[in-house]
Design a protein around this ligand. Structure first.
Ligand code: AMP
Length: 171
């Protein structure tokens, strides 16, 4: 999987900034919430821009393939030969993990009888991944699929959200 150098650099700097920002205990919670929102917005925009650039240049590329290959850094929680679980760069819950298949599938929309085995594989491992993350009292598993669901990374992934009471407004 090839990722253009400039894109790797910009995503690496966003990653580094977020690491510094959220590990800095001197930041008050309100500021952290504000910057988290701003960062999430910028990140989504940066990812969408990258995707559009890539479409234009017709390069076969994908952010999460680059993460699975180790070309973009991530905070890994679990890895085996088929899947990777890592911490979301802009957490939407006290604990926010992403689980991806290493083999590229664009979204739920592209699951077929030929590639669906990986889905049960992922779901069989989610309880252990959640436990390893320290989630003890329930969690939500989400996969955004397509434009209306605001899927920003076109590589199938499951969000695991937990570590605190989640809103009951979200399905
Ligand atoms: P979605 O919007 O459902 O496609 O989710 C994509 C998720 O990937 C978002 O929650 C982003 O915060 C997260 N994300 C994007 N880039 C990275 C990265 N380099 N490391 C970790 N998480 C990322």
């Amino acid at each position: 999987c090839r990722f253009q150098n400039q894109q790797i650099l910009s995503l690496r700097s966003i990653y580094s900034i977020s690491q510094i920002l959220f590990s800095d205990k001197t930041f008050c919670q309100e500021s952290q919430r504000f910057y988290k929102k701003a960062l999430h917005f910028d990140l989504k925009r940066a990812i969408l821009d990258c995707n559009n650039d890539l479409k234009r240049s017709r390069t076969m590329d994908c952010l999460f393939c680059a993460i699975a290959d180790g070309n973009i850094p991530s905070k890994k929680l679990y890895e085996d030969d088929k899947i990777l679980a890592f911490y979301d760069i802009a957490p939407q819950a006290p604990i926010h993990i992403l689980v991806i298949p290493k083999k590229h599938i664009a979204s739920v929309q592209e699951i077929t009888p030929q590639n669906s085995e990986i889905i049960s594989y992922i779901f069989e491992r989610i309880p252990a991944i959640a436990q390893k993350a320290g989630i003890t009292n329930g969690y939500r598993v989400i996969s955004n699929c397509g434009e209306d669901a605001c899927q920003s990374v076109k590589h199938l992934h499951f969000h695991i959200l937990g570590g605190g009471k989640l809103s009951d407004q979200m399905a």
